[in-house]
Design a protein around this ligand. Structure first.
Ligand code: COA
Length: 367
């Protein structure tokens, strides 16, 4: 197969048993279980167990004591560098030299620690220079509560519910830039810290993990104007896109959007009314202007509204996404390890024909 596919679109690069985004049916299943069945009945740390071990009882562990080298308050950068550093601090073994059980343990330790690092980085960004004591964090019953306690020293139940639901809905979504990155690094036999920190690097790009950051300012613009229909037509007439609509996979409906919208309504999210009005106006206008294709609400739109319940600042959104994806990434790293197959795609050379260095001009460095 020598056909070149820009961006590898449509190329089947892996076989997976982890998650199945159902394009036509508008549903998402983790290990065969519809996420509609999971949300509200299980917590994120159990979903981690489902994705990684196919076992809801195999929960993500609590983080062990660890002293980060430097936290800058830029959460994606802190997360990427500290996760890479953990490979050295914990002397993690190379994936091609350790057992599957050892890799699973490494991924559990790393996942738990990565969430703690994001919480601590967010605390630094808030201007604190003293950590919340572990005894206070230990009062949290769930990973989301512990995250909030480590970040702010308190865990409002609505905020914890919002974060838990968001993490569950975005824990895994098949192959994409960051998950593919994690698998490529794992396929080379690197350790789990290297694979996870590389995935964080991919996710820190705004095209992958950052769209919720644009939604809140957009909702504020709509609220200030007070006329969602006019805001939508002005935006589309100006040739701009409405953030949070359209999806490469789901043509009918993004199931995560449906669940997060209900969560936003149930929790009385601060901007939920304007979000629902904007969604109605946007879906109507997009259907009129693009009758040839469905442009449904995507996960980013109501993710932003739900995270707003916990007062998550837009700049923290990519790191919150990374927290949820530690489950999916870990599951994929383990699955990749089991294949034992190195990724080695091909490139078609389209550069200059063979030529002499003298054709380039420029004087050589005198010897
Ligand atoms: N607002 C307005 N118009 C949109 C749109 C949006 N959110 N999404 C797609 N369109 C229009 C495009 O302008 C294009 O119109 P044209 O054919 O007249 O040029 C048409 O629909 C197809 O766009 P395309 O980019 O090919 O669709 P896609 O399905 O490949 O793209 C997205 C999917 C997500 C990249 C795209 O819908 C988008 O940019 N959405 C906004 C950003 C966003 O929400 N990102 C988070 C994704 S989870």
């Amino acid at each position: 197969m020598n056909e070149f596919k820009p961006g590898l679109e449509g190329v089947v690069a892996i076989e997976t048993e982890i998650a199945e985004p159902d394009r036509e049916g508008g549903s998402l299943r983790y290990r065969g279980v519809d996420i509609e069945e999971i949300v509200g009945r299980y917590h994120y740390e159990q979903v981690w167990g489902l994705l990684v071990d196919d076992d809801l009882d195999s929960v993500m562990p609590d983080p062990e004591p660890y002293e980060p080298a430097v936290l800058t308050g830029n959460a994606p950068s802190d997360l990427q560098s500290e996760t890479a550093r953990l490979s050295g601090v914990w002397k993690l073994g190379k994936l091609n030299e350790i057992s599957d059980e050892q890799a699973r343990d490494d991924l559990g330790r790393l996942s738990a620690q990565m969430m703690a690092i994001v919480a601590r980085s967010a605390r630094v960004a808030d201007g604190h220079d003293v950590d919340v004591p572990d005894e206070v964090v230990a009062h949290g019953a769930t990973a989301a509560e512990k995250f909030l306690l480590r970040w702010r020293g308190e865990a409002d139940p609505r905020a914890a519910k919002a974060i838990d639901t968001y993490w569950i809905c975005t824990a895994e979504h098949g192959i994409n830039a960051s998950t593919f990155t994690a698998r490529i690094v794992a396929s080379a036999g690197a350790d789990c810290g290297a694979a996870l920190s590389s995935a964080v690097g991919a996710l820190s790009g705004p095209l992958h993990g950052g769209a919720p950051a644009y939604v809140i300012p957009m909702l504020d613009e709509v609220a200030a104007m007070g006329d969602p229909e006019r805001w939508v037509s002005d935006t589309l007439d100006a040739g701009k896109r409405i953030m949070g609509f359209g999806h490469r996979i789901y043509r009918k409906e993004d199931p995560r959007s449906r669940l997060l919208k209900q969560t936003a309504i149930d929790l009385g999210a601060p901007r939920v009314e304007v979000a629902v009005e904007l969604e109605r106006a946007a879906l109507k206008a997009l259907a009129e202007r693009h009758p040839e294709r469905e442009l449904p609400t995507n996960v980013e739109f109501f993710s932003a509204v739900v995270l707003d319940v916990a007062d998550v600042p837009p700049e923290l959104a990519p790191a919150m996404f990374a927290c949820s994806r530690v489950a999916g990434w870990s599951a994929h790293i383990l699955e990749q390890k089991k294949t034992g197959r190195l990724f080695r795609p091909s490139a078609r050379y389209i550069g200059p024909q063979t030529r002499s260095l003298s054709e380039l001009g420029g004087a050589p460095v005198p010897s």
